[in-house]
Design a protein around this ligand. Structure first.
Ligand code: GAL
Length: 420
């Protein structure tokens, strides 16, 4: 794999995997790499900092701006290659396994056993946090990605109905544009393009096809009529995005819905963190609904932190405090209330959470039973980063090239999904 980090020498020098944490003792410092810099995100990560500091440890913030973390991942690689990994870094999905294979991650088994993680996490989550049966990452939350955020006031002024299908969407979007509003708030960045596209594709091809195409990377499913139809629908959605979308950050797009400039945004529920930070209430100031065509399905995105091996005992103990704190109920509640996500820890009381979060929790369970719970590939959950990057290029290439046909794009998706 081209993007694989060449760190074998580094791994050889690093402490052997398998050395578990010593019992946490002295306070120390943790340097935490993350990309949570928007209003809602910064508030959420601030809560983690507070909890850690309340244990007497020091928090060294290592924030790298850029939605979905692409820049953060580049910075992380260069830090590790130069022998200066942070204590913890926000890394997700198959990326966790890639880092573990490099032999640079700490073994979190003792913290996990003390915190009973095995019984508090659904296996779909704990399996991803483990490498060869050992915990190397700690999960933070569950984000649902296939949401639509709508401003009911804008819909009302335009005389439009909030859509549940792409046909209804086109009717509503025409009315919204005629009434002088932007129909779809979007930022033209590859990860945002693919965030919309994966929801369109899930609604178009269904969950079984989605899993074949984006999890198994099955060539026939990738280059298929379902994929062509998904690109054809993306062209329609694209018509309703404003001209200034190029490179707009996702939270600025959310602000357009909050301020009533735009009618809707298709985005994961970190967008809810922005509504919450702006004091807006769901069901009144804004509506959360599945993306058109996505009812009954659920694309999940689980944030997590990997921990790098530490030599210094106080750094080791602070790292163990951080890992333990993330799975504690106190953190799971306060962080997720701000972040827009739901707790990843099972059995949490959701009384303080709003209806969108309650719906998300109920639908996670329902979709898991009906086989319609799928990992978000646009958010690192489904495929190796190299394939994901190649698919981002195809989707964004399609959006930026009006002459590219859905058929040509489907062929390119198969190439992007081939083993790298
Ligand atoms: C996602 C991440 C979320 C949120 C979002 C925008 O990939 O899981 O926590 O930060 O990117 O940056």
């Amino acid at each position: 794999m081209k993007q694989r980090m060449k760190m074998r020498t580094l791994s050889a020098l690093a402490l052997a995997v398998g050395i578990a944490f010593a019992v946490p003792a002295a306070a120390g410092e943790v340097e935490v790499l993350h990309w949570w810099t928007s209003g809602g995100e910064a508030k959420s990560v601030g809560e983690l900092k507070k909890i850690l500091e309340s244990k007497g440890d020091k928090w060294k913030d290592f924030a790298v701006a850029g939605g979905a973390g692409e820049t953060a991942m580049t910075v992380l690689k260069s830090r590790v290659v130069s022998g200066q990994p942070p204590t913890a870094a926000q890394v997700k999905g198959p990326g966790i396994q890639e880092w573990a294979r490099e032999g640079v991650l700490a073994n979190l088994d003792d913290v996990a056993a003390a915190g009973k993680w095995d019984s508090l996490l659904p296996p779909v989550v704990s399996n991803v946090m483990k490498y060869q049966g050992h915990y190397v990452a700690v999960p933070v939350n569950v984000h649902r990605v296939n949401w639509m955020w709508a401003n009911p006031e804008v819909f009302k002024k335009a005389g439009a109905t909030i859509p549940t299908t792409w046909e209804e969407f086109a009717v509503a979007a025409d009315k919204i544009q005629k009434a002088g509003f932007i129909a779809v708030a979007h930022g033209g960045q590859p990860w945002q393009d693919s965030t919309i596209f994966e929801a369109v594709a899930l609604g178009t091809g269904g969950a079984d096809w989605y899993k074949k195409a984006f999890v198994e990377l099955d060539q026939k499913a990738l280059n298929s009529p379902q994929m062509e139809k998904s690109f054809a629908t993306l062209r329609i959605v694209q018509k309703y995005i404003d001209k200034d979308a190029a490179n707009r950050d996702w939270n600025l797009a959310t602000a357009m819905v909050i301020n009533g400039k735009a009618a809707m945004q298709f985005m994961g529920d970190w967008a809810k963190g922005e509504f919450t930070a702006a004091g807006k209430k769901p069901g009144k100031d804004y509506i959360c609904m599945p993306v058109p065509g996505n009812k009954g399905t659920y694309t999940f995105n689980i944030d997590s932190f990997i921990m790098f091996q530490q030599k210094d005992p106080s750094a080791k103990s602070a790292q163990a405090h951080l890992a333990a704190a993330i799975m504690e109920p106190q953190f799971q509640e306060v962080f997720n209330l701000n972040k827009g996500s739901i707790p990843v820890r099972l059995g949490m009381n959701l009384d303080k959470f709003d209806q969108c979060a309650k719906d998300s929790a109920a639908e996670f369970v329902a979709a898991s039973k009906s086989g319609k719970l799928v990992p978000s590939w646009a958010h690192e959950m489904a495929m190796p980063p190299a394939n994901k990057g190649a698919m981002f290029d195809v989707v964004t290439g399609f959006m930026n090239t009006p002459s590219m046909t859905p058929k040509a794009a489907a062929e390119k998706m198969a190439t992007a999904g081939a083993k790298k």
